[in-house]
Design a protein around this ligand. Structure first.
Ligand code: ADP
Ligand code: MG
Length: 637
C-alpha cells in the first residue's frame, strides 16, 4: 500500500506546536515518556498472552532497547510489547484521547506560561518533538502480519504506510535529533537519564555499548522492593509513570498485607487536582496487578469512587492470573482487598489531618468535594468520613471539623447550622447569617455541589441535626445571648422592635398576595431589613436555583419573606401604617398603588436581589424605586 498523508486532530496539533517551540529546559524527559509507553506496551501484551500464549511466540522475554547512531544524529527506543496496527497508530498518535488533556490544551492556547506546564502535566509521546525534527514509528501489532510506518515532522500532518522493516513484534521509535540536541547521542547521558527517571520500570532497559548490551535500570517492579531500598526520588518517578502526572505526590502509602489475603499496595494522593476529577464516569487511577502482571487500570470495586483521586497499583498474590476483567467485579477476594485499601487510605488521611493540619487543608481543598461523596455512598464509613471532613465557616476561611464545631456551640444551640451556595466569600454576606452572628452561632459554608446530595440524605451528626439557615424558623430565641456586652451594644443601638410589627406583617402579606408563601417577623436579621427563606419542608433555596439553572425543575417554590422588626426602615413603615392607614393618605385604585403597598413590593424585590435571584419584573421595580425616591426628596422629614 502506498503512503498516505493525514492531519493531526486540532488539539493534537496545538500541543505539538507548543511542544516543538517550547523552551522547556528539561528536554530529557522525552526519554522517560517513550520508555514509559514502551513499558505500558509490554504490560499490555503480557496480559493478552495470559490467554493467548501464541502472541509472544519464541520471544517471551520483554525488553526495551535504546540505540544511538551519532553519524546519522538518530536515537531510538524499541520495545517488544503489544505494538500498534494502522488504525491504532492513527488514533493513538494523531489524536488526544484524554478529554482532560484536550480541555487543558484549550486553556493553554495563547498563554506563554503554558510552556512551563509541560513539565507538570507531561505530553507523552509528543515530547519527542522537543528534541526531534522528525519522528518515525515502526510498529507491528502482536499476532498481526503487517507492519506499519508512521512519520511526522510535527507540523500539522503525518504519513502512514506499510513497512516490512518493522520489528517482528512491538514498536521502534526513531528520533532524528534537532541541531543542538546532540547530547542525546551520548550513551553515558542516556544512561544517566534512564537511572534518574526510569529506574523503577519493571522491564529491562538495555543499551548497546561497544557491542555489549548493558541493562541500565533495576528492572524489578518498584513495589516489590523493600521500602528501605527505595529513595524518595524513585518513589516520585514511579508516581509520575503510573499516574501519568507530573506533580509532587502529596501522600504515599506503600504496604504489604500478609494474612489470609496477600497483596501489596503502592498508592499516592496527588498534590494537584486532575482535570477529569468530576467526569461522570468517576474512574479511579489504581492499576490492578496479579503476581506482577498488569491486569487492568479499570477495575471497578478496587477503590470506591469517592477515593478516585488515588493513583498507584495494587498487586495481588491470590487472584487467579487468568481472571477475566469482566468477572473481576464479583470476585470476593477483590472486594476484601478493596475494603482493606479503603480503610488504610482513610486511616492515613486521618493521621495526616492530625499531624499536619495545614498540609491536610491543601488536600481537602483539592479532594474534599470528592471524599464527601462517600458520606452518602458508604454508610459504613460515614463516621470516619465525617472525622475527615472540613468546612469553611463564619468563623474563618480555614476549614473546621464537625467535632470542633460542636465544641464551640453556645448553650441552647441544638443544631449544626449551614448555608449553601457557590463560594464562601459571597455566602459570608448573606443576610440570613446576621442573627446567628449576633448570637455567636457559627454557620458552616457548604460550597461543593455534592453537599446538596448528602445533606438531605443525612439527618444528623452526633445527635445534632443539620439545619440550613435559609430554611424554616431560625429558633435563635433559645440560644443564650452572647453575654451582657452584646446586650449593651444592642441597647445602645436603640435597636428596638417596631411596635406595630404584627399589623405590618399582616399588611405586607396582603399586599404581596401569592407572590410569597408567608411573611413573618425575623429572628435571624440584625442589619438587613428583609431576607427570603424557604419553608421548613421545602427544598434548600440554593439547590432549587441550581436545579432550575439545569432545567431539572421549571419553577422554584414560593419563599417566605422575613422582615426585620428592629430595622429603621421597617419601623418607619410600621409607623406610617399606624398613623396613616393602609392607603397612606391616597385614595382610589387607579394608577400606581398606595405608597405602602409599593413599599411592600419593593421589600420583596430587595430580598430577591440580596438572595441573587432574578427579579420577575425589573421594569416595575425601577418605577417603584423612582417613585419612592422622588417622594422622599419631595417631602423631607
Ligand atoms: P499516554 O501514555 O498518557 O496514553 P502518550 O502520548 O504517551 O499518552 O501515548 C499515546 C498512546 O499511544 C498510548 O496510550 C498508547 O496507546 C500508544 N503508544 C505510544 N507508544 C506506544 C508503544 N511503544 N507501544 C504501543 N503503543 C504505544
Ligand atoms: Mg505515555
Amino acid at each position: 500500500m502506498s503512503e498516505q498523508k493525514l492531519s493531526f486532530q486540532a488539539e493534537a496539533s496545538q500541543i505539538l506546536d507548543i511542544v516543538a517551540n517550547s523552551l522547556y529546559s528539561n528536554k530529557e524527559i522525552f526519554l522517560r515518556e517513550l520508555i514509559s509507553n514502551a513499558s505500558d506496551a509490554c504490560d499490555r501484551l503480557r496480559y493478552e498472552a495470559l490467554t493467548q500464549p501464541g502472541l509472544t511466540g519464541d520471544d517471551p522475554e520483554y525488553k526495551i532497547a535504546l540505540a544511538c547512531d551519532a553519524k546519522a544524529r538518530r536515537v531510538s527506543v524499541s520495545d517488544n510489547g503489544i505494538g500498534m496496527n494502522r488504525d491504532e497508530l492513527v488514533e493513538n498518535l494523531g489524536t488526544i484521547a484524554h478529554s482532560g488533556t484536550a480541555a487543558f490544551v484549550h486553556q493553554l492556547k495563547d498563554k506563554p506560561e503554558g510552556v512551563n506546564l509541560i513539565g507538570r502535566f507531561g505530553v507523552g509521546f509528543y515530547s519527542a518533538f522537543m528534541v526531534a525534527e522528525t519522528v518515525e514509528v515502526l510498529s507491528r501489532k502482536a499476532g498481526e502480519a503487517e507492519g506499519w510506518r508512521w512519520a511526522s515532522d510535527g507540523h500539522g500532518e503525518f504519513t502512514i504506510s506499510e513497512a516490512e522493516d518493522a520489528p517482528a513484534r512491538g514498536t521502534r521509535i526513531t528520533l532524528k535529533l534537532k541541531k543542538g540536541q546532540e547530547e542525546f547521542l551520548d550513551p553515558l547521558r542516556l544512561e544517566r537519564i534512564v537511572r534518574t527517571y526510569s529506574d523503577h520500570i519493571a522491564i529491562p532497559v538495555v543499551l548497546a555499548k561497544d557491542g555489549i548490551e548493558e541493562t541500565l535500570n533495576a528492572a524489578s517492579a518498584l513495589w516489590t522492593r523493600p521500602k528501605s531500598e527505595i529513595s524518595d526520588a524513585q518513589y516520585k518517578e514511579f508516581y509520575h509513570h503510573v499516574a501519568h502526572a507530573f506533580d509532587e505526590p502529596w501522600l504515599r502509602l506503600h504496604f504489604k498485607a500478609e494474612g489470609v489475603i496477600e497483596y501489596t499496595g503502592l498508592l499516592y494522593v496527588p498534590s494537584t487536582k486532575p482535570f477529569d476529577l468530576f467526569q461522570p464516569e468517576r474512574k479511579h487511577g489504581v492499576k490492578l496487578y496479579v503476581k506482577r502482571v498488569f491486569i487492568t487500570d479499570d477495575c471497578e470495586g478496587l477503590v470506591p469512587p469517592y477515593l478516585r483521586f488515588l493513583r498507584g497499583i495494587v498487586d495481588s498474590e491470590d487472584l487467579p492470573l487468568n481472571i477475566s476483567r469482566e468477572t473481576l467485579q464479583d470476585n470476593p477476594v477483590l472486594a476484601k482487598i478493596g475494603n482493606a485499601v479503603t480503610k488504610r487510605t482513610l486511616n492515613e488521611l486521618k493521621k495526616k489531618a492530625k499531624k499536619a493540619p495545614e498540609e491536610y487543608a491543601t488536600f481537602w481543598d483539592n479532594f474534599g468535594g470528592v471524599l464527601k461523596e462517600g458520606l452518602y455512598e458508604d454508610e459504613g464509613r460515614r463516621e470516619t468520613l465525617f472525622e475527615l471532613a472540613r468546612f469553611p465557616s463564619t468563623r474563618g476561611s480555614e476549614g473546621t471539623s464537625l467535632a470542633d464545631y460542636l465544641g464551640r456551640m453556645p448553650e441552647g444551640q441544638d443544631a449544626i447550622y449551614y448555608i449553601s451556595g457557590e463560594d464562601a466569600e459571597s455566602l459570608r454576606k448573606s443576610p440570613q447569617l446576621e442573627g446567628f452572628e449576633a448570637k455567636g452561632v457559627e454557620v458552616l459554608f457548604m460550597t461543593d455541589p455534592v453537599d446538596e446530595f448528602w445533606l438531605p440524605a443525612i439527618a444528623e451528626y452526633e445527635g445534632k441535626p443539620f439545619k440550613s439557615v435559609t430554611r424554616g424558623g431560625a429558633d435563635l430565641a433559645k440560644i443564650a445571648d452572647r453575654g451582657e456586652e452584646q446586650a449593651e451594644a444592642d441597647r445602645a443601638d436603640g435597636a428596638e422592635e417596631a411596635p406595630g410589627i404584627d399589623t405590618l406583617v399582616a399588611f405586607v402579606k396582603l399586599a404581596l398576595k401569592d407572590q410569597v408563601k408567608d411573611v413573618r417577623a425575623s429572628e435571624r436579621l440584625t442589619d438587613s431589613p428583609v431576607c427570603l427563606v424557604a419553608d421548613e419542608g421545602d427544598m434548600d433555596m440554593h439547590l432549587e436555583r441550581l436545579l432550575k439553572q439545569h432545567r431539572q425543575i421549571d419553577q422554584t417554590s414560593r419563599r417566605i419573606l422575613e422582615i426585620n422588626p428592629k430595622h429603621s426602615l421597617i419601623r418607619r413603615l410600621s409607623n406610617e401604617l399606624e398613623t396613616k392607614g393602609a392607603l397612606g393618605g391616597k385614595t382610589g385604585t387607579e394608577g400606581p398603588g398606595a405608597p405602602l403597598e409599593e413599599a411592600a413590593r419593593l421589600l420583596l424585590d430587595q430580598a430577591r436581589i440580596l438572595e441573587g435571584e432574578p427579579l420577575p419584573d425589573p421594569g416595575a421595580f425601577a418605577r417603584r424605586l423612582a417613585m419612592l425616591v422622588e417622594r422622599g426628596f419631595a417631602s423631607p422629614g
